[in-house]
Design a protein around this ligand. Structure first.
Ligand SMILES: [Zn+2]
Length: 306
C-alpha cells in the first residue's frame, strides 16, 4: 500500500497516462480507414502491408512510453520506471480520516493504466486481424438464415484460413492473450468496495474482451493445425503456454515469428477447444445486468459457442 508521503510528493517531468491514452486514440481514424481498405484489397497487397507497419509503429511508440509509466511509489517492483504519475493529481473528496482512503485514490490512475493497456491491445487486434470478416463468419455459423455456401462466405473463410498461417494471426493472438492476462491481474488485486465499483467494466475493456474472443475463435476454428486429437499423433507435440510467455519479450517474439502450437490456460489453440477458449474470455465479462449487450453484438461467439 502506498504511504502518506507518496501522496504529498511530486516529481517532474512526467506524461499523464490520460495523454498516452489520447495519443493512442489519435490513431483510431487511421486504423478504421485501414480496416475499410483491407476489405477490398488483395491479400499481401504491398500498400496494405506498409500501412499496417506504419500503424503498428505509431501505436508502439505510445506503448513504449506507457511501459515506462507507473504510479509514484506505489509499485516498488517497478523502480526502473521513468514516467511516474504523481498521486496528488488523483485526489477527490475522500475523507482522509477514514481507513482505506488511499486505496480509493490509487484506484483512479490504476483504472486509467488498465484502460490504456486494453486500448493498446484492442487496436493491436484491429491492425493484425480482419475483425469485420470474423464478425460475418461468426454470425453465419450462428444464424442459419445467412447462406453459408455463398461465394462471399466461402471467400471469407478461405481468407481467414490463410490468415491463421501468417505472422499477423499470431500477433493478434498475442494481443488477445494479453487482454485476458491484464484483466486477471487488475481484478485479482481489487478488494471490497473497489471491486464492486469496478466490476462493471468500462466500454474499452468490454470491447477488447469481446473482440479478443472473436479473434481466438477465428484462429482456432479455421486453423488447419491442431492437437493430437485433431490431426492425429503425428502432430506437433511441443506447445507454448501463452499466459507464461506474455511478459517475456524474447519468447513471445520467437513464437510470433516461428509459430507452432500454443495453449491458453492449458487449452491448445485448435478447433476442439474453441468452446473452452471462448469461455476464458466470457469469464472476463461481468454477468447479469452489469454485462452490456454490446459484447454479444460485437462478438457472435460469446454466450453461444459454435
Ligand atoms: Zn485439437
Amino acid at each position: 500500500m502506498i504511504s502518506d508521503r507518496s501522496f504529498s510528493s511530486i516529481s517532474q517531468p512526467f506524461v499523464l497516462v490520460e495523454d498516452i491514452q489520447l495519443g493512442m486514440c489519435a490513431s483510431q481514424a487511421d486504423i478504421w480507414q485501414y480496416s475499410e481498405e483491407i476489405q477490398s484489397s488483395l491479400e499481401h497487397d504491398i500498400n496494405s502491408l506498409i500501412r499496417q507497419k506504419s500503424l503498428r509503429e505509431g501505436l508502439n511508440s505510445w506503448k513504449r512510453l506507457f511501459d515506462q509509466t507507473s504510479i509514484e511509489d506505489s509499485e516498488p517492483a517497478m523502480q526502473g520506471m521513468t514516467n511516474k504519475i504523481p498521486m496528488k493529481y488523483y485526489y477527490g473528496v475522500e475523507d482522509h480520516s477514514e481507513v482505506g482512503w488511499q486505496e480509493v485514490v490509487l484506484n483512479r490512475p490504476q483504472g486509467l493504466l488498465f484502460d490504456t493497456a486494453m486500448l493498446y491491445h484492442l487496436f493491436g487486434l484491429h491492425i493484425h486481424a480482419n475483425i469485420r470478416i470474423f464478425e460475418t463468419l461468426a454470425s453465419s455459423k450462428k444464424d442459419s438464415r445467412i447462406a453459408t455456401g455463398g461465394d462471399g462466405i466461402l471467400g471469407k473463410e478461405h481468407r481467414t484460413r490463410r490468415w491463421t498461417n501468417v505472422v499477423c494471426s499470431r500477433q493478434a493472438i498475442w494481443h488477445a492473450s494479453n487482454i485476458v492476462a491484464i484483466h486477471r491481474s487488475r481484478f485479482g488485486r481489487l478488494t471490497g468496495q473497489i471491486k464492486v465499483v469496478n466490476e462493471s467494466l468500462d466500454p474499452i475493456a468490454h470491447v477488447a474482451v469481446a473482440v479478443g474472443s472473436l479473434v481466438v475463435w477465428a484462429y482456432c476454428y479455421f486453423n488447419e493445425k491442431g492437437c493430437a486429437q485433431c490431426i492425429g499423433p503425428a502432430g506437433i507435440s511441443v506447445e507454448v503456454e501463452l499466459m507464461d510467455i506474455l511478459t517475456k519479450n524474447e519468447d513471445s517474439e520467437k513464437w510470433i515469428e516461428l509459430g507452432g502450437l500454443a495453449t491458453i490456460d492449458g487449452h491448445t489453440l485448435c478447433r476442439c477447444n474453441v468452446e473452452k477458449l471462448v469461455q476464458v474470455f466470457q469469464d472476463c465479462l461481468p454477468s447479469g445486468v452489469q454485462k452490456w449487450d454490446m459484447a454479444d453484438t460485437l462478438s457472435g461467439v460469446l454466450n453461444k459457442t459454435v
